[in-house]
Design a binder for this molecule. Structure first.
Ligand SMILES: NC(=O)C1=CN([C@@H]2O[C@H](COP(=O)(O)OP(=O)(O)OC[C@H]3O[C@@H](n4cnc5c(N)ncnc54)[C@H](OP(=O)(O)O)[C@@H]3O)[C@@H](O)[C@H]2O)C=CC1
Ligand SMILES: O=C(O)[C@@H]1CCC=N1
Length: 272
């Protein structure tokens, strides 16, 4: 599908390199089709070591020469980058931004003429092909453009298409979500260690429990409440643990966390 297309990546940090390795691992594109740029020399050196045929360029020539341009710099750096690239980006290209909070409208405003922009919000499990990415089209992008970008992100996991006004909520839930899950994973393992389990065993038990529970939900499609009831024997162990979770307001805390991250995404956008 991407034969003969050149893909550019500006910003080769955590998310940029996750995407890069996913696209290459799945043979979606060849190294020779990719151009990368980053202000940090060490990041480019690491990429060169891993993928010697990827071409490295500075931002402007890269932006001029590619069909699909992926922008993976921090939201705070994106407006300045767009100003730098205003004259280089043209209407024949497809622009993909993974920046939290930054709307397609803001990106379009920095570019000259009608440019097709698709906004994406991936997450770090993409590194092992288990990410989930939400996609939304800007004013000039077509459904076909969204499909094209979906093919790219399917290399690293699931994709969902959403209306852009929900992108901050996605950012707060699944974009930031791995951060919450790793705290939960570590806390479960800490509990095991507190009760005498070796750390490695505790981590394995906790991680497989999270993975297995998520798979059980995804494969059966049963309501999480029903799956919870399946574990919970009357007068048994699970209900004792669940009561402690309710006393600790775990549900309310998680909802507040997602809400706080969503609010932060809106702040990055300058909406609040
Ligand atoms: N990490 C995550 O889990 C997720 C991140 N995102 C989004 O992905 C984007 C990147 O995040 P992440 O990978 O974590 O960030 P990183 O800081 O790891 O990567 C960004 C890279 O871009 C470089 N950079 C900054 N300005 C420029 C520029 N003008 N030209 C070229 N390169 C530049 C940075 O250099 P320097 O370090 O000097 O700034 C850095 O190497 C963000 O917008 C974030 O919101 C989305 C979903 C999940
Ligand atoms: O923390 C952040 O801002 C980025 C966006 C979503 C996940 N990480």
């Amino acid at each position: 599908m991407f034969e003969n297309q050149k893909i550019g990546l500006v910003g080769c940090g955590k998310m940029g390199t996750i995407l890069l390795s996913g696209m290459l691992r799945n043979r979606l594109v060849a190294e020779s089709q990719i151009r990368v740029a980053d202000v940090v020399k060490e990041r480019l050196e690491e990429i060169h070591e891993a993928y010697p045929d990827i071409v490295q360029e500075s931002n402007q020539p890269l932006a001029r020469s590619v069909d699909i341009l992926i922008l993976a710099v921090k939201p705070q750096n994106l407006p300045e980058l767009l100003n730098e690239l205003t004259e280089d980006i043209h209407s024949g290209q497809l622009i993909v931004s993974v920046a939290a909070g930054i709307s397609t409208r803001l990106i379009e405003k920095h570019l000259s003429g009608p440019v097709r922009v698709v906004r994406a919000m991936p997450n770090t499990p993409a590194l092992v092909g288990e990410g989930v990415t939400a996609l939304a089209a800007g004013a000039y992008a077509t459904q076909k453009d969204v499909e094209t970008v979906a093919r790219l992100f399917e290399a690293v996991g699931l994709t969902v298409k959403i209306n852009e006004n929900l992108m901050d909520a996605v950012t707060g839930l699944s974009g930031s979500g791995p951060g919450y899950v790793f705290v939960i994973l570590e806390a479960l393992a800490d509990a095991g260690v507190f009760l005498g389990l070796p750390r490695e065993t505790a981590l394995k038990l906790a991680a497989q429990t999270l993975l297995g529970s998520a798979k059980l939900y995804l494969r059966t499609g049963k309501h999480p409440g029903e799956l919870k009831d399946m574990v919970t024997s009357p007068g048994g162990t699970t209900i004792a643990g669940l009561k402690a979770l309710e006393e600790g307001r775990l549900r309310a805390t998680l909802m507040t966390a997602v809400e706080a991250a969503t609010r932060r995404s809106k702040v990055l956008a300058g909406d609040e």
